[in-house]
Design a protein around this ligand. Structure first.
Ligand SMILES: [Zn+2]
Ligand SMILES: [Zn+2]
Length: 120
């Protein structure tokens, strides 16, 4: 699958925004990008962290808005940079549970290969 992506044009900033899997067909990538807090100016894209004065993003992680590293807080997984809070999925309220879910979520393309039957 080909996805649009935007990178932050601030020097040293590693922020990146990937088009979400569940982007509605009628929504453009540009509007999803600006909803995520990205600014498009004359000299390129600025990530939400840099526009808030929290950038640049120096470490990559799980943030859906800027790909910055996140920390697990009670309210959700919180981005160190743009301060976006990604709430834990319903029914899971501990960071450990959220981590298990992340590892097993087939929507992330991490589906394990089917086991090879032995003896064939
Ligand atoms: Zn940035
Ligand atoms: Zn972020």
């Amino acid at each position: 699958m080909i996805r649009d992506a935007a990178t932050c044009d601030t020097s040293n900033c590693m922020a990146i925004y990937l088009e979400p899997d569940d982007l509605p067909e009628e929504q453009t990538f540009e509007s999803a990008l600006s909803e995520a807090g990205w600014q498009l100016g004359t000299d390129g894209h600025t990530c939400p962290a840099c526009s808030n004065g929290q950038g640049p993003v120096l470490e990559r992680g799980e943030c859906p808005r800027c790909c910055g590293s996140t920390v697990d807080l009670p309210a959700g997984s919180t981005c160190h940079y743009c301060r976006h809070v990604q709430p834990y999925p319903a029914g899971i309220d501990s960071p450990i549970g959220a981590e298990i879910r992340t590892l097993g979520d087939p929507g992330r393309g991490l589906d394990p290969m089917p086991p090879h039957p032995r003896g064939m």
